[in-house]
Design a protein around this ligand. Structure first.
Ligand code: PMP
Length: 433
């Protein structure tokens, strides 16, 4: 049967009439790879089904949240059980305490946590808190890292901003970007030099503890530990943006995986089980700087929403099952090893990165990709051909060479084998083209 996406095309035509670019978040529009974005109808386990009835093995997982697979029974049931009690009160509920206690119990560097509604809100709030706490304005981030779309963070950003060629967005006033210093990921000497010059003005370093928005770039241990040491030396706040990596690269996030503790951590994605949830938390003395007990203001009408908490808590319970992260890591290793062998067989220059259940594929002669410049040197055209080939063979990858891939607990060995067989066919086609 030939691959058809007529219904997706019709839906995309209709969507573009009323939604800018036809999508509610830019990368979804396939600008990075060309072609028509797929409109989905439902997800089940490791798979997504589109409007035309095509089935795909999904390695996007809603960009991270669906670590246990789609439409997972216990998460859905938890939401259903909560539904009849009402959707929002804008007042405290017990389930918020259960959530906070669970998250603080798991995350090594977290004494207290506040819930918000997205990763963007989490990072924006954490930065305001770090600035209020230190009384300093400047922040350090790294090129190719994405921390949501708050003004001061849309400077040399990754993810969609990078895919669409606007890493520093128009509309961000110079004033909001002036205090943002952007350095090279995995280059601790760059960080030390910057602090030697202006360390007394820097409020915080924010870093993706495994970069997942310029494809997948794990940190060197020296880099993360070096950031910790520099912040200690200069009295700056170290923020690990674990929106993507939290409960993802390990149960205890990247901070547990690499054994380096930040002062503040931002969370999102997995913590909401697929509903809109973010969180930021950390050391008590910093968190107590937040209103209503402290002077730094931060708020949210729907923050701690009971339905979202129910989904998130059910997800938090299920990720604590023994052996989960070992299984995810094994599946990622199987996938990366198989993909590498298939690429080698067809003489396609290719390499992979991974950390826990996150992975990245790179079309490059380089044996190792460990910074932004190396990611940019990869063959974008080869990625596009690969992406579309995989799509036609029933594998849904992120539609951009600047995004990480995500494994879920629902991915079976069969899924991995099917994916590698698809890649074998696609690579064969690419090498003969
Ligand atoms: N930080 C990181 C590391 C992210 O990956 C993302 C989203 N991909 C965000 C922040 C922003 O989260 P959201 O899209 O929920 O606003």
């Amino acid at each position: 049967m030939t691959y058809k996406i007529d219904k997706s095309q019709n839906l995309f035509d209709r969507a573009q009439e009323f939604i800018p670019g036809g999508v509610n978040s830019p990368v979804r529009a396939f600008k990075g790879v060309g072609g028509t974005p797929i409109f989905f109808e439902r997800g089940e386990g490791s798979c997504l089904f589109d409007a035309d009835g095509n089935r795909y093995i999904d390695y996007v997982g809603s960009w991270g949240p669906m670590i246990m697979g789609h439409a997972r029974g216990d998460v859905i049931e938890a939401v259903k059980a909560r539904l009849d009690q009402g959707l929002s009160f804008g007042a405290p509920t017990e389930i918020e305490i259960d959530m906070a206690q669970t998250v603080c119990g798991i995350m090594p560097g977290m004494d207290m946590v506040r819930m918000v509604n997205s990763g963007t809100e989490a990072t924006m709030s954490a930065i305001r808190l770090a600035r209020g706490f230190t009384g300093r304005d400047k922040l350090v981030k790294f090129e190719g890292c994405y921390h949501g779309h708050a003004d001061s963070l849309l400077v040399k950003a990754g993810s969609g901003a990078l895919t669409l060629g606007v890493p520093s967005s128009p509309g961000v006033p110079a004033g909001a970007a002036n205090d943002t210093i952007t350095l090279d990921y995995n280059d601790i000497d760059d960080v030390k030099a910057c602090f030697a010059e202006q360390g007394d003005k820097i409020a915080c370093i924010i870093v993706e503890a495994v970069a997942g928005n310029m494809n997948c770039i794990p940190p060197s241990k020296e880099f993360l530990q070096g950031l910790r040491d520099v912040c200690d030396q200069y009295g700056a706040v170290l923020i690990f943006d674990e929106v993507m990596t939290g409960f993802r690269v390990s149960l205890t996030g990247a901070q547990g995986y690499y054994d380096v503790q930040p002062d503040l951590t931002t969370l999102g994605k997995v913590i909401g089980g697929g509903l809109p949830v973010g969180a930021f938390g950390g050391k008590r003395e910093i968190m107590e700087y937040l209103a209503p007990i402290g002077p730094v203001y931060q708020a949210g009408t729907l923050s701690g929403n009971p339905l979202a908490m129910a989904a998130g808590l059910a997800m938090m319970k299920s990720v604590q099952q023994p052996g989960l992260y070992e299984q995810l890591t094994t599946r990622v290793e199987q996938l990366c090893t198989g993909m590498q062998a298939a690429a080698d067989k067809h003489c396609i220059p290719f390499t992979t990165n991974s950390a826990g259940s996150m992975f990245g594929f790179f079309f490059t002669e380089a044996k190792k990709v460990s910074n932004f410049a190396q990611v940019c040197e990869c063959d974008q055209e080869a990625f596009k051909a690969f992406f579309h080939g995989m799509l036609e063979h029933g594998v849904y990858l992120a539609p951009s060479a600047f995004e990480a891939g995500f494994m879920s607990a629902a991915h079976s060995e069969n899924d991995i084998n099917e994916t590698i067989a698809a890649a074998d066919a696609v690579f064969a086609h690419m090498s003969s083209a």
